[in-house]
Design a protein around this ligand. Structure first.
Ligand code: ADP
Ligand code: MG
Length: 605
């Protein structure tokens, strides 16, 4: 992956993670805050409900108390203590008193529960009913009141009539209806509902709802049933529609009667609209800032990447240039940061290397000249000495008799000619080395070239009067033709074979190997001769380096020059006393091969 992509990925990921974390934390905090606020509001509404309940309870209690202390009640109680009651006399009594006290329900009940007179169900006199005998002043409670055609939930109070000996109770109350809940004033986003628990299964008709939008009240069934079964407070989330903003958290609070039976359920609904809207806003803000962050990351990573990669690419380019031999290439980075330092060090390094190389070349050149002068002086001194002697002899003989002079002149001139030929040979050897021709490439089967060269040395390997040298060929049969100059390569190979033979004066084995390594071909010449000392190995390829009495020291220099002209390289492995191996590695030179093959076919046709 490119640096720029990596940087972009890191930046974008960082932005994304940060924004996601902030959004998540914010919405979690918001949710907690909303939940807390909801709880508080619910508690406040429940408290308001209880206050209202108590207030109405007190009101009912006062009215029932007024009835109990009234003249009609006293009369009824007194008549009871004088024998069985005359129900017909009291048929309308309860109804009239209820109306005067604005009570929805009013009944006079004897101590054993027999109804004396009933406002809400006049025909029910003489019936026995069980009623909660809680007559304490100020106490009122929920009660299920049977009516001729239904049952109604009411808030009732019971009082005992003080007159007479037989107990008489006044039980009066008011319906818990819409009016009651209309007096509750829930804050915005909240509403209170009341479910009258009059039957075992959920019935929407028993629900007292705030006026307004009709809802799918049946959705409340599970929560109502849960409270009916367990009898304790329950909270649940209701989805009124597909929009989350319409969701409401419903708190269901059971309301028990005097006998602890759940008679009603107060449902406090808290709208989640504000929270859902805030969450949507947080989400939109997060998406917008993430998008802005990613755009910023793209720009920033592009800018940083170009700042970092451009100099790096410049450095890489300069390094490649220098590797290709263009020693004068420079990295033009002017920045003052670490990359600038790197570029300056790089330029400094190339400058230093260049100077060192120039110094080295100069030293080598001087050394080569010295060596050449030394060799030339040495080689030329040998033939010059006999030349001088002969000429001096001739000058001296000129003073003697003509016969003597003739004889000395004949001898002298043949010596002079021989030495001059010697001088010529020396000169031509030097000039031959100086005039190494450029290779003329043509397709060559290396194995054949090796075999031909060995054949030429066959007589030397088994010369009579010297220890024999065995010759082994280990050639790679699958070798493809390569493009080389056969004459030059033959010359190089001959030098290596000759050196090997000269290194084995006591006999041994000469081995020639060929093999291919990928696109390259390797040719090895091994001997079991004297081997090389470390100091010899260092100077081996320098021109004029020789350890032989009549050596020229040019053989390996020629080999190296041929190999390098072919784009190959030569290496040597050797241990003193254990023989030496020279390995020539040559490229197949595919381009040259194609060109040479094309030239051959055109000349052939
Ligand atoms: P020359 O053969 O004229 O001495 P070369 O350049 O061919 O010059 O060899 C230089 C020197 O390298 C030799 O004098 C010899 O010391 C050493 N040399 C070359 N080939 C071998 C070899 N196969 N085994 C040991 N020494 C070698
Ligand atoms: Mg040699």
């Amino acid at each position: 992956m490119r640096f720029r992509r990596k940087l972009l990925l890191v930046f974008a990921l960082t932005v994304f993670v940060c924004v996601a974390a902030v959004a998540w934390i914010t919405s979690a905090l918001a949710r907690r805050a909303f939940e807390k606020a909801d709880e508080q509001r619910t508690a406040a509404l429940v408290a308001q409900f209880r206050r209202e309940f108590d207030r109405r309870g007190e009101d009912v209690g006062r009215r029932v108390e007024a009835v109990a202390q009234g003249e009609a009640a006293t009369r009824m109680a007194l008549s009871l203590s004088h024998g069985p009651p005359d129900y017909a006399a009291y048929l309308d009594a309860a109804k009239i008193l209820a109306e005067s006290q604005q009570l929805d329900f009013l009944e006079f009940v004897e101590g054993d529960g027999t109804i004396l007179s009933s406002a809400q169900w006049p025909a029910r006199f003489g019936y026995k009913e069980s009623f909660p005998v809680t007559t304490a002043p100020g106490v009122s409670f929920l009660h299920q009141e049977p009516l001729p055609d239904s049952t109604a939930l009411s808030l009732i109070a019971v009082r005992r009539v003080a007159a007479g000996d037989s107990p008489l109770y006044v039980m009066g109350g008011r319906k818990l209806d819409k009016d009651f809940f209309a007096s509750l004033e829930p804050p915005a986003g909240m509403k209170a509902l009341f479910y009258q628990n009059l039957g075992p299964s959920f019935t929407p008709q028993f629900l007292i709802t705030p006026t307004g939008a009709a809802q799918h009240w049946e959705l409340l069934a599970p929560i109502v049933q849960q409270v009916q079964q367990r009898g304790n407070e329950t909270t649940s989330l209701i989805h009124w529609s597909s929009s989350a903003a319409d969701d409401e958290v419903i708190d269901a609070i059971p309301l028990a009667g005097a006998d602890r039976q759940v008679l009603g359920i107060l449902l406090v609904a808290n709208s989640r609209r504000a929270y859902v809207e805030l969450e949507q806003q947080i989400r939109s803000a997060a998406i917008a800032s993430a998008a802005a962050g990613v755009v910023l990351a793209i720009l920033l990573s592009g800018w940083i990447a170009s700042r970092v990669t451009r100099p790096v690419e410049q450095l890489a380019h300069a390094a490649r240039e220098i590797a290709a031999g263009h020693w004068n290439s420079k990295v033009n980075i002017t920045s003052t940061d670490e990359l600038g330092d790197l570029a300056r060090s790089f330029d400094g390094m190339t400058r230093e290397l260049l100077e060192q190389r120039e110094r080295l070349v100069q030293t080598e050149r001087v050394a080569a000249w010295r060596e050449l002068a030394r060799r030339l002086a040495h080689e030329l001194k040998n033939p010059l000495f006999p030349l001088q002697l002969t000429v001096e002899n001739l000058v001296r003989a000129r003073q003697g008799s003509p016969q003597q002079f003739d004889e000395i002149f004949r001898e002298g001139s043949s010596t002079l000619l021989a030495e001059i030929a010697n001088l010529k040979a020396i000169v031509s050897r030097f000039s031959e080395f100086s005039k190494m021709p450029q290779p003329r490439f043509q397709p060559v089967q290396l194995n054949e070239l090796v075999q031909d060269s060995v054949r030429l040395f066959q007589s030397q390997l088994s010369a009579p009067g010297r220890p024999p040298i065995a010759c082994r060929l280990e050639v790679d049969r699958g070798l493809q033709p390569i493009a080389v100059d056969p004459e030059l390569l033959h010359r190089a190979l001959s030098n290596l074979i000759l050196n090997a033979i000269e290194a084995m004066p006591k006999g041994g084995t000469l081995t020639l190997r060929t093999r291919h390594e990928g696109d390259r071909v390797v040719l090895e010449v091994s001997d079991t001769g004297s081997g090389l000392k470390p100091e010899e190995r260092e100077r081996l390829f320098s021109p004029y380096f020789t350890t032989k009495q009549h050596g020229t020291g040019l053989g390996l220099a020629i080999v190296q020059s041929v190999v390098s002209d072919h784009g190959g390289r030569i290496t040597v492995r050797s241990n003193a006393g254990e023989g030496t191996t020279f390995a020539i590695e040559l490229p197949r030179n595919g381009d040259q091969l194609q060109r040479a093959e094309a030239a051959q076919t055109t000349s052939g046709s």
